[in-house]
Design a binder for this molecule. Structure first.
Ligand code: NAD
Length: 501
């Protein structure tokens, strides 16, 4: 029996809130733009926007990473997602292209570069036959997409989810291009996925499926061509299987083929926590700009997987009060604060937040509408829509997930003065430390955790500072500013390389 991707033009997960684009020379966006975000208590907001800050479109020192990690035992918990009804959304790919088109206008992007960026460099669709534990064979559908490689090899996660589709993977690959460019990491964008609910497979079936999928996409992956990493439904164990499959077929070990793998086989210290840690750096930075104190900052987190759990722990360490957290089943609200360290040490891999946390039970939908300072959506894409954006009370949204906010919702939030920190900045800590992992693998020389976290902090701080300045100066949303920077960098690379032949 074959499992096919649902035939639909819309998909749900992480549709990237890809913002707009920019040109090679970043021109000051002329007049238009809506007022700069909601400068909540921001001391001297006017002064900020009046200050002719350089668009900071200059290349900074370089940084770097890739996709997304997850502890081995987390497979079970992340796979819960598959059981849930994912919110219906519009076509992510169309949306990603539209966002590029908008930025292209804003920055007067060269039409010849624009047209190339609108298309993925290559797409691969594979059948993945797997012998199940009872002896019968099932065929799963898999994808790998390279959006482009102007700035370096392709980089992006592998997602196991029953709603994965080619359209979604194309959109997420494009998002990776912008994310890597924004962080000034020398990668192009890629993404992959298999249409499967990993929760419904045994570990042995998952391993066989992962190994066969890896062999099928070996046509286009490689340590200097395309380096996969974990995403929803996959984790460090998945990466170890991919690495081993690649090694078996090639006859020698190639640790740089994947990132987000276990430390025991060349993974980087700090990779598992990197995305959540990066979310906390950005939360602290934006709160400061808005005149909000990190100490006691009320934070609500949707998602208790890799990103959600580590973001909750990291903001807690910085003094914030986590007032709510949820997983696929439900959420818990506690005005006095939830200690995420206690919560996650008590929670088993297949356990739920509601069984381990004191407080009032709330739904995932209600969590989004809580009265809090910062909302961190860190589960699925497309959860903040035109249907609920008007009811959101958070002052700031920091996008831990890929594509949690639809463009329609973005417009509503902006009118309400809510600052939205786009995913391509907020969750880029994962790809940054993946980049570190890749570099360490190439050199066979591994860094101390302190060095990794210091470098991560520096890169994220630089990216935030540049983006914030451009956003204030041009009076555009942070998402638009992020896209202006990213697309400008990618376009610059495209122009330098020229067009083959
Ligand atoms: P994960 O599989 O570890 O965790 C997902 C979490 O979301 C789980 O707690 C699950 O219970 C919850 N969830 C699933 N469906 C839900 C629903 N319908 N409503 C509410 N909660 C639901 O995944 P992750 O690695 O933490 O990734 C989460 C998001 O962050 C994804 O959008 C992913 O693309 C993005 N992301 C992850 C990384 C990374 O390093 N892991 C990096 C960048 C972006």
């Amino acid at each position: 029996m074959a499992r096919k991707a649902p035939k639909k033009s819309k998909n749900e997960n992480g549709n990237g809130p890809v913002a707009v684009a920019a040109v090679v020379e970043v021109k000051p966006v002329s007049g238009s733009k809506r007022p700069p975000g909601p400068l909540i208590n921001m001391p001297g907001a006017a002064a900020v926007s009046a200050t002719p800050m350089s668009p900071s479109l200059k290349a900074e020192p370089a940084p770097a990473p890739a996709a997304e990690p997850a502890p081995a035992a987390a497979l079970a918990s992340r796979s819960q997602a598959s059981a849930l009804a994912v919110p219906k959304r519009h076509d992510m790919w169309e949306q990603a292209q539209r966002q590029l088109d908008e930025v292209a206008k804003t920055i007067k992007l060269d039409p010849n570069v624009h047209v190339m960026l609108r298309h993925p460099k290559r797409t691969l669709e594979v059948s993945v036959p797997v012998r199940m534990d009872d002896g019968h064979v099932e065929v799963f559908q898999g994808y790998r997409v390279h959006h482009n490689q102007y700035r370096g090899p392709c980089k992006g996660g592998i997602r196991y989810h029953h709603e994965v589709s080619m359209e979604e993977v194309k959109a997420l690959a494009m998002l990776m291009t912008w994310k890597c460019a924004l962080m000034n990491i020398p990668y192009g964008g890629a993404k992959g996925g298999v249409v499967v609910d990993p929760n419904k497979l045994s570990q042995a079936e998952l391993e066989r499926m992962t190994r066969r999928f890896t062999s099928e996409i070996m046509l286009i992956i490689g340590p200097d061509r395309d380096i996969p990493a974990p995403d929803m439904g996959t984790n460090a164990q998945t990466m170890a299987w991919m690495m081993d499959t690649y090694a078996m077929i090639n006859g020698h070990s190639v640790p740089q083929i994947v990132t987000g793998k276990p430390v025991a086989v060349g993974g980087s210290l700090g990779r598992i926590e990197a995305t959540g840690r990066g979310v906390s750096f950005i939360t602290a930075a934006v709160a400061k700009e808005c005149g909000l104190d990190m100490k006691g900052l009320r934070v609500a987190v949707q998602g208790a997987g890799n990103v959600g759990s580590n973001a909750a722990k990291a903001v807690h360490e910085l003094g914030a009060r986590v007032v709510a957290i949820s997983d696929v089943k439900s959420g818990v609200y506690n005005e006095n604060g939830i200690d995420p360290f206690k919560l996650f040490s008590a929670m088993g891999p297949k356990d739920f937040v509601e069984n381990n946390c004191a407080g009032q039970k709330i739904s995932n939908e209600d969590l989004l509408k809580l009265d809090c300072d910062v909302l961190i959506p860190a589960a699925l894409g497309g959860v903040i829509t035109d249907a609920n954006a008007a009811q959101i009370k958070a002052k700031i949204i920091v996008e831990g997930a890929n594509g949690p906010t639809t463009p329609d919702a973005d417009a509503i939030l902006e009118k309400k003065g809510i600052i939205v920190v786009p995913d391509i900045l907020a969750n880029a800590g994962g790809v940054t430390v993946s980049y570190f992992e890749w570099v360490q693998g190439i050199q066979y020389y591994f860094w101390e955790l302190e060095e990794i976290n210091t470098r991560l902090h520096k890169i994220m701080k630089n990216a935030f500072t540049n983006l914030w300045a451009l956003s204030r100066r041009e009076r555009v949303s942070m998402r638009t500013a992020a896209m202006m920077i990213s697309v400008t960098r990618v376009a610059e690379a495209a122009k330098s390389l020229g067009l083959f032949p």
